[in-house]
Each structure stands twice: as C-alpha cells, then as structure tokens.
Design a protein around this ligand. Sequence first.
Ligand code: SAH
Length: 380
Amino acid sequence: MIQLRGERHRVLAGHPWVYANEIAEPCSAEDAGDTAALYDARGRFVASGIYNPRSQIVWRRYSFSSEDLDAVFIRRALLRALNRRAQNPVCRLVWSESDSLPGLTVDRYDDVLVLQAQTRALDARIPIIADILCDLLHPRALIVRNEAKVRALEGLSCHTYIHSGELRPEESVRIDGILFHIDFQNGQKTGLYLDQREHYGRAARYAAGRRVLDAFCNQGGFALFAARAGAGMVRAIDSSESALSLLRRNAEANGCARIETVVANVFDYFHQNRDERWDLVILDPPPFAPVKKRLDSAYRGYKELNLRAAQSLNRGGILMSFSCSHHIGLADFTEIVREAFSDAGKSAHILEYLHQPPDHPILLDMPESEYLCGLIVEVP
Ligand code: SAH
C-alpha cells in the first residue's frame, strides 16, 4: 500500500496519477511493477494502481475498486475497450489510462495487432494481455513494439518482436478505400498515425481542383485523400525518406500520380520557397512541446510555420493546422494561428475546430490525455 501525504491531491479529485513527492514514504524498489492500493492521509482507501518508484509518476490508477490487475480484470478492460470502438477494424483499440490499462496501447489493423507497453506493470503482463487479445480477436499476427523512450524512465529496455503469428513480406491496410502499405516493425508509431485518419476525409472536402501542400506528410494520408478527391496537384514534404518511399508506393497503389514528394525540413522549405502559392496547406508537425519547459520554443515553432503557411495561401485558400503537444490547448493554438494570419496581413475565417478522435478517448479527469487539436481556416 502507499499513502498520500497531506490533503490536497489531484488524485483525490479523480486524476489517475500520483507523483513521488506526494506520498508519505516510498515503497521499496523491489515493489516496482507491482500493484498497490492507495490510501489518503487519514487512512481511507482511494483506488487500486500500479507502482514504480523509479518513475516520477510513482502510481497510476487502474481501478477505483480494490481489485487485482489479473487476467479477469484485464479481459474485462479489453472487452470494454473493444466495445467502445464499436468493433472498428482499424483503430487504436486500447489507450492507456483512458482504457484503465495505464501504459498499454494496442493498435488494430484489421487482423494485425500492434501492442506497446510503457509501464513496468503492464510490461510484466504482456503474456496475459496477448493471450486474451488472441482469444478475443484471433489476429493473424500480434507484434510487440516496446521501443518508446519513456520505457527508460520506467527502467525498461527496448525490443520489438513478433509475439505470435506471421507477417507477410508486404503488409497493407485499407482505410476508407485508400490502400496504405505498412511497415509494422519499423514505421513511425505502430505503422500509421491512426489519430489523423478521420481528418483525411475533411481535407478531401476542400481539395478538388486545388494546389495542395501536405507538410509533415509521413506516409501521406492527407496527400492521398486530397489527390483522390481531385486536387490539381499535391506536394508532400517530410524529413523522413523512408516515410516518403512508403508514400510513393501508396500513391502508385492508389493511382494518385499527381503527388510529388520532397524530402526536406519544412521550415527550410518554406524559407527557400517564399514565392510559392497554395490553395490548401496541411501542417501536421510532430509535438514541439512534449515537455512543459519547451513551451517557448514550441510557440515560436508553431508561429513560424503558421505564418509561412498563411503567407503562402491564395485568395480562397485553406489552412488545416494541427498541434499534438498536450501542453498547448485549442485556445492557445487558436491564438497562435490568429497571430500568424495577423502578421501575414490576412484576415481569415475559422471553418472548423478539430480534435483527437474517439478511439483516443480523453479522460475527463486527466488533462494530459488531451493532446491533438487543430483548425481549418479560410482566407476569403
Ligand atoms: N501527417 C502525418 C503524420 C505527421 S507526424 C500523417 O497523417 O500520417 C510528423 C511527421 O513530421 C513525421 O513523419 C516526421 O518524419 C516529420 N518531421 C519531423 N520534423 C520535421 C521537419 N522539421 N521537417 C519535415 N518533416 C519533419
């Protein structure tokens, strides 16, 4: 068991984490990865969680009840996660605290599952989790991609392996009629940026007949959907040549000959091509503020990108701009975009606010679970 020190703690209002400086006396390092009941300063039970004294976040809740993190609990949590996604065949199936399994993510690509564990307790339970997933979904292959940098903070090493089944020499998945080649073992994330898939269709709505720039394209989800929707031309930029080579294969497989790929740093690209004009620009950069102390430089990064994009828009042009830094909320991000258009000397309308999709559910009591926001803005 662990006990809170003092009265004022977010965990007492429903937040799922406890930091090292909030507890009365640390458990021994031998308990790392175990479950531990949490009690308040007066000795009343709060919730059941996982414990790791090596991490700054020493305790993470998995249940408000007193219960073990055993096969019965995990099966129930996985079934709830599955039902929450309405049996969606391509989605994030499990997302950590939002699905009561702190540190576990599972992505589902039809009959291939990709699992990641980022906490000691869930890492230790991979065999149980994998067995239950195989029993519930009978995947053709289950891959374990334990490579996130945060594993080091938990004292875990990194390794990727095929837990069961087999991968084909060429893997692909179809999303809303578009075929994506997937590199499950080496591609970014678990193969695709599943959190953006619902937004590809939004981009497509504005793409017909237009000059489209997909900046930070990765495998080009936005570019492919824009091209299929009849864009006049599409240029897709990323600093990763391997992502662009998958994009080129995707473009060929989907008959999207109008996509040009450019390997470049997007900041440099805008700097070197100031005279280019576009009708639809998509900006989907990596998180510039993964930690709070990088907030200032993150603001500058988002501001510069959005300014360059605003300057490059033709009359009637549209910017679709995202942030996946959870330290920057929609209100802050809107302000950055507002300043960017103001500095560019252009007025604009906000057409749509965008958020992370429901298969990455935001836990109401955990602001950290909200990370993706975006805007669609039109220059009249
Ligand atoms: N829009 C993509 C996801 C983008 S993720 C999709 O829907 O799949 C961010 C991408 O930015 C990654 O592919 C990464 O390789 C790329 N990247 C990171 N920094 C970059 C930079 N400075 N210039 C160009 N690309 C960059």
